[in-house]
Design a binder for this molecule. Structure first.
Ligand SMILES: [Zn+2]
Ligand SMILES: [Zn+2]
Length: 181
C-alpha cells in the first residue's frame, strides 16, 4: 500500500539541525479531504522544512486553482489562490499542547491537515473581479461595471445624494419654476 500523500518522513532531518527538506507535490483536493466544487485542478504544495535544534520549521506556498464568480458582479472568475504557509512541528508534547507546534509522530509530519485548513480558508475568502468592482444594480441586476442602468438609485447611495444636492442648489434661484401654472 503506498504511503499517503503529504506524509513526510523527517526522522533524518531531525538528526541534522541546519538541514532542510524541500517538498513539492500536487495533490487532489480529495487527498486532503478538502473537496470543493470551486477547486478546478490539483492543489500545488511547495514547502521547505528546516531543522532547528528543537523543532522543525515549515514555510512555503500552497496554490489552489479556483473557478468561481465575483461576489459583487457574479462574473465568472478563474484564478489561482496563492497561500503562504508557516508552521512549526515538534516532537515536544509541551509545544504541541500549547498550540505553538503541530506534532511530529513517529518521525513523520502529516501535511494534510495544514493543506486542508489552508485550502478551506482560501476558499472562504471573498473573491472580487477587481477591487473597485461596482457590482450589480439591486433593482434590475444590471452589471454596473458596464455603466449606469437608469434605475432610480437607492437612497443609501452617497454618489446620488451628492447629485440630488446639486439639483436642489440649481433650482433654488428659480423661485417660480413654472410661471404659467
Ligand atoms: Zn465583479
Ligand atoms: Zn438598475
Amino acid at each position: 500500500m503506498p504511503a499517503p500523500r503529504l506524509l513526510i518522513n523527517v526522522a533524518e532531518l531531525q538528526r541534522e539541525p541546519g538541514g532542510s527538506k524541500h517538498v513539492v507535490d500536487a495533490v487532489d483536493a480529495t487527498d486532503v479531504d478538502a473537496a470543493h466544487p470551486a477547486i478546478s485542478g490539483p492543489v500545488g504544495v511547495d514547502v521547505t522544512i528546516e531543522s532547528t535544534v528543537g523543532d522543525l520549521l515549515l514555510h512555503g506556498t500552497i496554490d489552489v486553482p479556483w473557478l468561481g464568480v465575483c461576489r459583487r458582479c457574479l462574473e465568472p472568475l478563474a484564478r489561482t489562490l496563492h497561500v503562504e504557509v508557516d508552521e512549526r512541528y515538534s516532537e515536544d508534547p509541551a509545544h504541541v499542547e500549547s498550540g505553538e507546534a503541530a506534532p511530529v509522530v513517529r518521525g513523520q509530519i502529516d501535511l494534510r491537515d495544514l493543506v486542508r485548513d489552508e485550502v478551506l480558508l482560501a476558499l472562504d475568502a471573498e473573491q472580487v473581479c477587481r477591487p473597485d468592482c461596482a457590482g450589480l444594480c439591486p433593482t434590475c441586476g444590471h452589471n454596473l461595471n458596464d455603466g449606469p442602468c437608469g434605475c432610480d438609485a437607492p437612497a443609501v447611495d452617497d454618489r446620488w445624494s451628492a447629485l440630488d444636492a446639486l439639483r436642489v442648489a440649481d433650482e433654488t434661484p428659480d423661485q417660480d419654476p413654472d410661471p404659467r401654472s
